[in-house]
Structures are given as C-alpha cells and as structure tokens.
Design a protein around this ligand. Structure first.
Ligand code: BES
Ligand code: MN
Ligand code: ZN
Length: 489
C-alpha cells in the first residue's frame, strides 16, 4: 500500500472512494471539516438517522456530487473518548470494507482531534489501514490478491508525513513476519529461514548474518538443538543477524526467537487437534525477522542482534527420547521429561551462546513456548517473565503504546524445584502447575546475569479468528512492540 499526498481538494487525483471522518459531539455526528468542503449528500443520510458516527460505522453513498463514485462516511465515535487504538480499529474496519468492495484507491484527510497530536492521529490511521490490508491467499486458487493499493491524504503536516512513512515501513515488516508464519512448514524450513537471513544481509549494508550449520553446531557442542533435531530429516541451524546502527554505543540488544518450523511433539507426539497449527511454532523467529527488517529499513540508531535457533521437532527412529539426558552448549545436563517441551531446549543453547559471546546489554526472547500461556492470557496479551524490573517496565510501556500488550508473571524461586531431576542438573518439564513460569525458569538458567525478558507468544502469535487489525492466523506480534521499545532506549 502506498500513501501519497495532495495539497488541495481541487487538484486531487482519481480514487474509488472519498472517505470523510465524523466524530460524535453533543450526541450528533460532526464532520471533521477541511477547507470549505460541503458534502450535501451526507446531510440527508444523517437527517434520516442512517449514520450516527458510532465508532467503526461506515455508510457508503453512491455520490452524484463528487467525482469519486463513492462517498464513505466513517464514524470515529465520541470525540472525547478517541485514542490512537480506536483510530487503528476504525481505519482497519474501513480497509476491510474496501477489500470486500475491491476498492483500490481511497482519498481522505487526517482528522483533527482534540487531545491527540497530529502525529498520533497519523500513526493510528496509517497503522490501522496498513495492518488490516493483509491477506494470505497464496494457496487459494479461486482468489487473487486484491488489496488496497493506495491512500491519498489531503493536507498532512510534515511531521504527520514523517510518521506515516515510518508506520508503513513497520507495518510492511509486520506483514513480512505474518507471511513467514502463515506459509507451509514444508516451505518455511530452517534452510528457508537461513536464506531469508542471507537475503536481508544483502539488502541492508548495516546488517550482516552468520549461520551455524549442523556441522558447526556439533563442533560448538550445541547438544540440545541437535537433540531436538534428531527426529527430522532437515538440518538445524543457528542464525545470527547483526545490525549495527550506532557503532559508538556499547548498548547491544539481543533478540532471540524460537524457530521450530514444525512441532509434532516428537516421541511425545501431539494428538489430533493440537498439531494442525504447529507451523506457527517459528512465531518467535517470525518476530525476530520482522524486527530486523523494521529496524534496518528505518535505519534506527541502535545495535541489535537477532538470534534464531531453528529446527523441526519431527518424529522418527532417530528421535531423542523421554527419560534420556542430553548436554547442551552451557555444559549443564538436561533430563528430557517430554520431547514436546522442545522450544526451551533449542532456546537454551541459543541463550547460552548469546550471553557468553555476543556481549549483550539485554536479551529479549520471543517464543510460542507453552500451551499454559494460552490458558492464562488467551489471545489478548503476551506473557512476560523477566529477571529485570527496568526492562520489564519499559516493555510494558511499549506494549501500552502499541497495544501489543504484555503482562508480567512472577519468577518466584519456589517454582524452580519443579524442574529438579534425579539424574541430571535440570529437567525440561515442571508439571502442569505454573507451566509458563517453569518454562521461563528453565530458560533463566542459561542467560547468566544479563538483564533478560522472555515473551511467551503462544497465544498472540497465531489466532483462530480475526479481530480488528489482526487477521486470522499469523499476527506478526512483537515487531511494533520492539521497535517502540528500541526507539525509547
Ligand atoms: N509449541 C508448543 C506450545 C504451543 C501450544 C504453542 C499451543 C502455541 C499454541 C510447545 O512446544 C509445547 O508443546 N509445549 C508443551 C510443554 C509441555 C510438554 C511441558 C505444552 O505447553 O503442552
Ligand atoms: Mn512442543
Ligand atoms: Zn513447540
């Protein structure tokens, strides 16, 4: 979706719909005017009571007055109650209606809203539109890609234009992340992710990639990634994407993402009904790729390394076995309580390597780690567990700002005993109680004393029904959150 600007109503380009936003003020729809624009045809609709400007309401008038075929009245709701999030939702609903009607170009203007700055408005409007303008229909023979192609804004300020430009880049990165997670597990393999990293490092001068292939993983003794990989015919990899946007700074954020390209559960095979969506199990990797794409395309002045341990969790005669003990990169021995708790194993090797060799000032990991997280927070918020209050606080704030909300759970010591093993240093399962917390405590063993936050996105990376601007299936969660967080640090 491109965005263009025109400075006057008279010189505006051709579009399929002219969109006019209204708020409710003193119980009545109030047009957020520009120039001397008078939409006579709208008065009739309002007089009849067919349009009340409720949030998300739209009315299409097939116009005789305008050059555009359609005049769309868009309701923003109560003026006093408007927020950036409500703008996102409202403009997302507008785009979804455009998709249904196969509208390709719309023309509109940014509403002037008391209590919100013009850059806040620009962000809410552009983000809602760009995030809703997404479909994954590559495998539907009877559908062709029909997205909203262009939006023209009349009279936007310089600052608003700047924000819209940034917002579009971030939204593109979100949609890139969604594509990676939505596509077949037999397409998006560890080797495919390796190729993505290489492509990105060619595209951006400040980004370089290092790949550990199976041989190198063996040499480095990353025994936990290798254990999970044993049941798969595809090789595993550890992908590292280094972005240096601020060489003078010693700050270095490492972002780790779980890249299980398909999770069968291994010998502790998942039952029917639990496996069908498990191509989403590289959702953490999807977040990392989206984040790297966003910060590189924005050219943010930050230093970030994206780290993705990736493999399938397959099943065959070579599979790793429940009850056996494996040794990872850190040297700690791990008893396998369940081969379906594979995410924490591959993350353990990645986290141990990152904290030892990459000199991180903080580590943030994304993982579709536990079913327990879906039970606790559903699809609304991402679970956060952290050893650092300052980092946790900053991520919570970024979550409120972007509405990619995170909710913190405790890492009390008492939970740690659930991971005790009689035959090894630690076990990879901790029973049913506090399943998301014990999973996080397992990870904590491998980060040393680096400030770290773990984001369990099992409920938020992939959703079974769409909401306002999150389409069904992959959501691209985490990209907007981390860009916001990095901008503030
Ligand atoms: N990938 C799953 C977690 C998951 C479940 C993600 C639902 C998205 C939606 C993870 O590897 C897993 O299987 N976890 C087990 C751990 C258990 C065996 C300790 C789980 O949550 O059941
Ligand atoms: Mn699993
Ligand atoms: Zn998994």
């Amino acid at each position: 979706m491109y965005v263009k600007y025109c400075s006057s109503l008279k010189s505006r380009p051709k579009a399929d719909a002219f969109v006019v936003p209204y708020v409710i003020q003193k119980g009545k729809p109030k047009l957020l005017v520009i120039d001397s624009f008078d939409v006579r045809e709208a008065h009739t609709a309002i007089k009849c009571g067919d349009f009340t400007a409720k949030q998300g309401e739209h009315l299409t008038i097939y116009s005789k007055q305008l050059n555009e075929k359609r005049l769309v009245l868009l309701g923003l709701g109560e003026a006093k109650e408007l927020t950036v999030e409500l703008l996102r939702r409202t403009y997302a609903s507008l785009v979804k209606d455009c998709l249904k009607k196969k509208i390709e170009k719309v023309i509109t203007f940014l509403p002037d809203i008391k209590g919100l700055s013009d850059t806040q408005v620009a962000r809410g409007v552009a983000e809602g539109m760009a995030l809703a303008n997404y479909r994954f229909i590559k495998n539907k023979s009877d559908m062709k890609e029909q997205l909203l192609k262009g939006v023209y804004f009349l009279s936007a300020s310089k600052a608003a234009k700047q924000v819209i430009g940034e917002t579009l880049k971030i939204s593109d990165a979100v949609n890139f992340s969604r594509d990676l997670v939505n596509d077949n597990a037999d397409v998006v393999t560890p080797q495919y992710l390796v190729k993505c990293a290489r492509t990105m490092s060619r595209k951006y001068a400040k980004l370089s990639s290092t790949i550990f292939d199976k041989k190198r993983l063996q040499k480095e003794k990353m025994g936990l990634i290798l254990a999970v990989n044993r049941g798969s015919f595809r090789d595993p990899a550890l992908i590292m994407m280094k972005y240096r946007g601020n060489p003078k700074s010693t700050e270095h954020t490492v972002i780790v993402g779980k890249g299980v390209t398909y999770d069968t559960g291994g010998l502790n095979l998942k039952p029917t009904g639990s496996m069908e969506t498990m191509r989403c199990d590289m959702g953490g990797a999807g977040s990392v790729f989206g984040i790297m794409e966003a910060i590189a395309s924005l050219g943010l002045k930050v230093n970030v390394t994206g780290v993705v341990p990736t493999t399938e969790n397959g099943i065959d005669a070579h599979s790793y076995k429940p009850g056996d003990v494996y040794v990872g990169y850190s040297g700690k021995t791990v008893e396998i309580g369940n081969t379906d708790a594979e995410g924490r194993l591959i993350l353990a090797d990645a986290l141990a390597y990152a904290s030892k060799h990459l000199k991180p000032t903080r580590i943030i990991d994304f993982a579709t780690l536990t079913g327990a997280m879906v039970i606790a927070l559903g699809h609304v918020a991402t679970g956060m567990m952290s050893n650092d209050d300052c980092l946790a606080e900053a991520l919570s704030t970024a979550g409120e700002e972007t509405y990619e909300r995170v909710w913190r759970l405790p890492l009390f010591d008492e939970y740690r005993k659930q991971l005790k093993s009689d035959i090894a240093d630690i076990k990879n399962t901790g029973g049913r109680g506090g399943g998301s917390i014990t999973a996080a405590l397992f990870l904590k063993e491998f980060v040393g004393d680096v400030p770290w936050a773990h984001l369990d996105i099992a409920g938020t990376a992939f959703i079974s029904s769409a909401d306002e601007y999150r389409p069904k299936n992959a959501t691209g969660v985490g990209v907007r959150l981390i860009v916001e967080y990095l901008k503030k640090t």
